[in-house]
Design a protein around this ligand. Structure first.
Ligand SMILES: [Zn+2]
Length: 274
């Protein structure tokens, strides 16, 4: 297919979004073109046609973060066409949002979330909600023991094979995070230290230690509720999950499910403690 022909396949909405992305890239137009899978010259043509200079609140650091994230995802996604389409949608969404002056950090989070949501069937979604509700119940057990409320469970073939809640204080054990507890209980249950094909649900983004344990356990998929800006290892602070590329195991990673519920649970806990 010639470039001219290809160019006509893009909607004007996509073109405008791509232009916004390019304008905000601080001169890194080739990089943006590469990310979106469009010809560099084509993108320049679009810029000439669609660019309307306007003031935007863009934090350079956050902007770079967006590109790093998109690039990483693109690399991880091995250039599958389906994923590229999602990436385009995320980019378009991001450009649309940033013109409304939404902080880019928020937009990035949403874009990444969109990318992660790709293969989610309605059925899967219902299961995820049900299991996450259960994780919240486990988190309440932690709260009842005066521990920071975090709950986790391991699911294999739609069956819960392990449960855990945060208990480092009561157990005098710095490793007794909800995820570790759930992985231990699942390991005992199935008689294996590897849990391939399993999904781990947890109410808070895993820390570095738990991310390591999740990789060691060969968990297939991770679903977490709230992002943890203080120590999350799935992108909020550290980038160990879904994979940092040096591990030989990659975890499908979805964050933000019932996020507000988890945030409220944590707020209530810390408020009661004060
Ligand atoms: Zn942890």
């Amino acid at each position: 297919m010639s470039n001219q022909k290809k160019q006509n396949h893009y909607t004007s909405e996509f073109k405008e979004s791509a232009v916004k992305l390019a304008i905000e890239s601080d001169g890194q137009v080739s990089k943006v073109a590469e990310e979106l899978g469009v010809n560099k010259n084509t993108l320049h043509t679009w810029i000439g046609r669609y660019h309307r200079p306007q003031k935007q609140k863009v934090d350079r650091v956050e902007e770079e973060h967006v590109y790093d994230e998109l690039k990483r995802l693109r690399k991880d996604n091995k250039r599958l066409k389906e994923e590229r389409d999602i990436l385009k949608k995320a980019a378009a969404y991001f450009a649309k949002e940033s013109s409304r002056s939404t902080p880019l950090s928020t937009v990035t989070k949403r874009a990444i979330h969109m990318l992660n949501k790709k293969a989610e069937s309605p059925d899967q979604k219902a299961h995820d909600l049900r299991f996450m509700q259960h994780a919240f119940e486990l988190a309440n057990r932690a709260a009842a023991q005066g521990e920071v409320p975090v709950g986790a469970l391991v699911v294999w073939n739609d069956e819960i094979i392990g449960e855990g809640w945060n208990a480092p204080i009561s157990r005098h054990d710095p490793t007794a995070h909800a995820e570790i507890q759930a992985l231990r209980s699942a390991g005992q249950r199935v008689g294996n230290y590897r849990l391939p094909g399993s999904t781990l649900y947890v109410t808070l983004e895993p820390c570095v230690m738990c991310a390591g344990a999740i990789i060691h356990a060969r968990i297939k998929r991770l679903v977490f509720a709230a992002h943890d800006p203080k120590g999350g290892a799935a992108g909020s602070v550290f980038d160990l999950l879904p994979s940092d590329g040096r591990f030989n195991h990659r975890v499908v990673c979805e964050g933000g499910l019932l996020e507000e519920h988890c945030a409220a649970q944590l707020r209530a806990f810390f408020k009661a403690r004060r």
